[in-house]
Design a binder for this molecule. Structure first.
Ligand code: ZN
Length: 393
C-alpha cells in the first residue's frame, strides 16, 4: 500500500542525523539537554512539523512536534529521550565519545544506541512520510523528552499536557523486538546509626558501630536474591535486588556513627514500590531489632508496565515489521526501566521498539549498526503509514 515510502529512506540521512545528535553532548547528570532540544526543533520545522518547546525544569526543555496528515485519523506519538548517561571513564573509549565516528558499518559514541539513533530514525521516517504522496490521515507527534535517565520528569510532563495520543512508540533499543513490558526499579537508601568514639575504647556490648550494623542488613539483602530468582515473568524475567553503594566512617581510628547503602530493586510489572518496601522492612526489622533500628528512604521509584499483546499498536507494529523487513515479528519485554510506564498508567497503549541493543546502553565504545538504523526507520515509517491509512481507520 505504501511501497513508495521505504524507497525514500536513505541510510546516509539517518547516519548523518545520528552523528549530528551525538556531537551535541547531553549528559544526565547534570541534564544538559537544551542544545540538542533546540537542534531537533529546527530539524523538525524544516520538515514541516509544528514545534513547541517548554522547560520541564530550568534550562531543560522538552521539544514536541506535530506533523499533520489529511484530516481526522489517529494520534500516534513517537517518544525519544534527549539525555544520555555520562561517558564514565574516558580512558575506556577508543575514540572521542562525542565524535560520532562512522567505522565498519557502525556509528560510535555516547547515545548512539541509547537513544539518539532511535530519534534520528523517527525523524527521518517522519520526513519520508511527509515527502510521500500516500493518502494518509492522522497526527504524527514526536516528543523529545528530558531526564529519562533519572526521574523521567520529561515524559511525566508530556502525559500531563494536552497531546492525548492514541498510542505511543518509544524508540529505546530493543534488539529488534516489539517490547510490551518492562521492569520497574526502586533505589532505596538504608541508614544505620552508631555512636562515635575513639577506636581504642571499643567494648563488646557497649560500642555501637554503624558499619557492623549495616553488614547485618547487607547479608539479609543478599539472602533475598534466591527467592526473587524463582519468580519468573514470561516477558521480563525475574525481579532482582542488589546493593550498589556503601558509605560510612570518617577515619580508621573513629568508630563510625553513620553508614548508608543504596539498594537497587528491580520490580516486575504490577509490583508496587510501597509494598516492596514494606516486605523488605518486614524481613529486616525483626532480625535487627531490638538491638538497633534502621531508616529506609526511597530515592527513586519507577513502576514497571505491560500491555496486552492484543492492543492495536502491537498488531500494527507486527504487520509493519513483516511489510518493511520481511521477517516475523518477535514480541518480548525489556529488563531496563523506561518512560513507557507513565503512558500506560495514563491509559495510553505503548510499545518500545527501536534500533540497537540495550547491551550497548551505558557502556564505553557504545555503537549502533547502520543496518539497524535503516531497518528501524523503515518500520517506523510503516507503523505511521499503517496507523494513518484509510483502511485501518
Ligand atoms: Zn534509553
Amino acid at each position: 500500500m505504501h511501497n513508495n515510502i521505504p524507497a525514500k529512506i536513505r541510510s546516509e540521512d539517518i547516519v548523518r542525523l545520528t552523528r549530528e545528535l551525538v556531537r551535541i553532548p547531553s549528559p544526565n547528570p547534570p541534564g544538559l539537554e537544551s542544545e540538542v532540544s533546540d537542534f531537533l526543533a529546527s530539524k523538525m520545522k524544516a520538515i514541516g512539523f509544528k514545534v513547541q518547546s517548554y522547560e520541564v525544569s530550568p534550562g531543560r526543555p522538552n521539544v514536541v512536534g506535530h506533523l499533520r496528515f489529511g484530516s481526522g485519523g489517529k494520534r500516534l506519538m513517537f517518544n525519544g529521550h534527549l539525555d544520555v548517561v555520562p561517558i564514565g571513564d574516558r580512558s575506556l573509549w577508543d575514540e572521542d565519545p562525542y565524535s560520532g565516528i562512522l567505522k565498519d558499518g557502525r556509528v560510535y559514541g555516547r547515545g548512539t544506541a541509547d537513544m539518539k539513533g532511535g530519534i534520528a530514525s523517527i525523524i527521518v521516517a517522519a520526513k519520508a512520510l511527509a515527502d510521500s504522496s500516500s493518502d494518509l490521515h492522522g497526527d504524527l507527534i514526536f516528543a523529545g523528552v528530558v531526564d529519562e535517565e533519572s526521574h523521567g520528569s520529561g515524559s511525566k510532563r508530556i502525559v500531563k499536557e494536552e497531546y492525548k495520543a492514541d498510542m505511543v512508540v518509544i524508540g529505546e533499543p530493543t534488539d529488534k523486538k516489539i517490547c510490551i513490558a518492562h521492569k520497574g526499579n526502586m533505589w532505596l537508601e538504608i541508614t544505620t546509626q552508631g555512636t562515635a568514639e575513639h577506636s581504642s575504647q571499643v567494648r563488646v556490648g557497649k560500642s555501637a558501630n554503624a558499619i557492623y550494623r549495616m553488614v547485618k542488613i547487607v547479608s539479609l539483602l543478599e539472602e533475598m536474591l534466591p527467592g526473587l530468582q524463582e519468580i519468573q515473568d514470561d516477558r521480563v524475567g525475574n525481579p532482582t535486588i542488589s546493593v550498589g553503594t556503601i558509605e560510612g566512617g570518617t577515619k580508621p581510628n573513629v568508630v563510625p556513627d553513620v553508614c548508608k547503602i543504596v539498594v537497587d530493586r528491580r520490580m516486575l510489572p504490577g509490583e508496587d514500590p510501597k509494598k516492596v518496601l514494606e516486605e523488605l522492612k518486614a524481613r529486616i526489622l525483626p532480625v535487627i531489632m531490638p538491638e538497633f533500628d534502621a531508616a529506609f528512604k526511597i530515592l527513586i521509584a519507577r513502576e514497571g508496565a505491560q500491555i496486552s499483546p492484543d492492543e492495536e499498536i502491537v498488531k500494527i507494529a507486527s504487520k509493519s515489521i513483516m511489510e518493511a523487513l520481511k521477517i516475523p515479528p518477535e514480541i518480548g519485554g525489556l529488563g531496563a526501566t523506561t518512560d513507557m510506564s507513565f503512558f500506560v498508567r495514563a491509559g495510553i497503549p505503548t510499545i518500545i521498539y527501536g534500533p540497537g541493543s540495550i547491551k550497548q546502553a551505558h557502556v564505553a565504545n557504545e555503537f549502533i549498526d547502520v543496518d539497524e538504523l535503516t531497518n528501524a526507520t523503515k518500520v517506523y515509517a510503516a507503523i505511521a503509514a499503517n496507523t494513518f491509512s484509510k483502511s485501518s481507520r
